[in-house]
Design a protein around this ligand. Structure first.
Ligand code: SAH
Ligand code: SF4
Length: 392
């Protein structure tokens, strides 16, 4: 269900659609026709589903929203290689998705990766993340999640291309909206609906341990990425406030069990913040934490965001950090963040729309982050459990 108005049609499970069709006195093959129209992507509204009797078209339009992200603004970056979409949902909530094109290179085919949102805003409150600063809005429903994919897919199909990868690295913490995220993945995975192989879908989490364990119980499905950012609790408490609930050793233990049970490698994401989490001591702590694991570390220079005192680590520092990890046998890649010119670290466009917070609140936030990260560098764990927002 969307929060307001009619529910999104794409969020309906196959059985529910069959039941809806039956309730309208129509044969079950109509459910297949409707699902094909939803997922093949050419029709923009039920009015265009000319294979359906007009009465059924009207009933569909009365009961469902055909596209929950119909109200979308686009911004291009990286010479068209990155397309950022700002979607306005029925209740006015703003979410973002980002389509990234990777041209073919020697040894790798061209890829089109879509980064999607699972929530409007995020409750975790990581202070280097624009979405974290917005705070929690609400969970997205299944249709709002998969309609981001249908939207991007329509754009690609128009150019004769196909979406190759989906990553839940947009706004929100997917493992805190896991029922709906799993239902969305089921639809994306289903050969009779979107039909993308599970291996091409990546879930990224800031470390919701019960969620990771639930995924492990489901077996080898999709790729799991864990946002690590720091290997020491005092610093990770500051960078990922959820660490106070599930400390880093518990997160890595759950990820390790996941890898052992599924045979899949874990990706660890580390946003590199100059002078904060990029020291030699941090690299050594990460080696101690991950040595011998079936893991891959991605080092990502921090995208600039407003209202933090921080910027990306310089490239030579990132290279030295990578060398320490690699020296201990840990596979490590340095990634460039895409779309900085339009603010591709998800949440930035929505944050800009949310307006500028009062200057004194921003100044207090910056000062608090400087103090907390400085204390964390000395290895002190602060006792204040609240995440760092600007509304304080
Ligand atoms: N909530 C989930 C998924 C969405 S965030 C998670 O945290 O894993 C997706 C990724 O973007 C995370 O690894 C997050 O740490 C990273 N990220 C957020 N803000 C960033 C920034 N300013 N620069 C670089 N990476 C950022
Ligand atoms: Fe939420 Fe992920 Fe941003 Fe942290 S990095 S605030 S978990 S979206």
């Amino acid at each position: 269900m969307t929060t307001e108005g009619r529910p999104g049609l794409s969020g309906l499970g196959s059985d529910d659609l069959v039941a809806w069709v039956a309730a309208h006195g129509e044969p079950s093959y109509r459910a297949r026709q409707i699902a094909d129209a939803v997922w093949s992507g050419s029709a923009a509204s039920p009015d265009e589903l000319l294979t359906l009797p007009s009465g059924l078209r009207d009933a569909l339009a009365a009961d469902f929203t055909f596209d929950t992200v119909a109200d979308t603004e686009m911004k291009d970056a990286d010479g068209g290689l990155t397309e950022k979409a700002l979607h306005r949902l029925a209740d006015g909530a703003l979410i973002e998705s980002v389509l990234m094109h990777y041209p073919a290179r020697a040894g790798s085919r061209e890829r089109h990766t879509l980064c999607i949102s699972s929530q409007a805003g995020c409750a975790v409150g990581c202070p280097f993340c624009a979405t974290g600063e917005l705070g929690f809005g609400r969970d997205l429903d299944v249709a709002e999640i998969v309609d981001q994919v249908r939207f991007a897919s329509r754009r690609l199909v128009g150019d004769g291309k196909r979406l190759t990868n989906i990553v839940f690295m947009g706004m929100g913490e997917p493992l805190l909206n896991l029922d709906r995220v799993l239902a969305a993945i089921e639809a994306l995975n289903d050969p009779r609906r979107f039909g993308l192989g599970a291996r091409h879908i990546t879930l990224s989490t800031s470390g919701v341990v019960p969620g990771i364990r639930r995924l492990t119980a489901l077996g080898p499905q999709f790729t799991l990425a864990v946002s690590l950012h720091a290997a020491r609790d005092p610093l990770r408490d500051v960078l990922v406030p959820l660490n106070r609930r599930w400390p880093v050793a518990e997160v890595v233990a759950a990820a390790r069990d996941h890898s052992a049970a599924t045979g899949r490698r874990i990706s660890y994401e580390v946003t590199m913040i100059g002078g904060v989490n990029d020291t030699e001591a941090d690299a050594t702590a990460m080696v101690d934490l991950l040595r011998g694991d079936h893991a891959h570390v991605n080092l990502i220079p921090m995208n600039p965001v407003a209202h933090t005192p921080w910027t990306a680590s310089p490239m030579p520092v990132i290279e030295a950090f990578a060398a320490t990890l690699r020296g201990a046998g840990i596979e490590t890649t340095i990634r460039r963040n895409r779309g900085q010119e339009v603010g591709a670290a998800c949440g930035q466009l929505a944050a800009e729309r949310a307006g500028e917070p009062p200057a004194p609140a921003v100044a207090r936030r910056r000062a608090r982050l400087v103090a907390e990260s400085a204390a964390a560098l000395l290895g002190e764990r602060s006792h204040d459990p609240s995440p760092v927002g600007v509304g304080e």
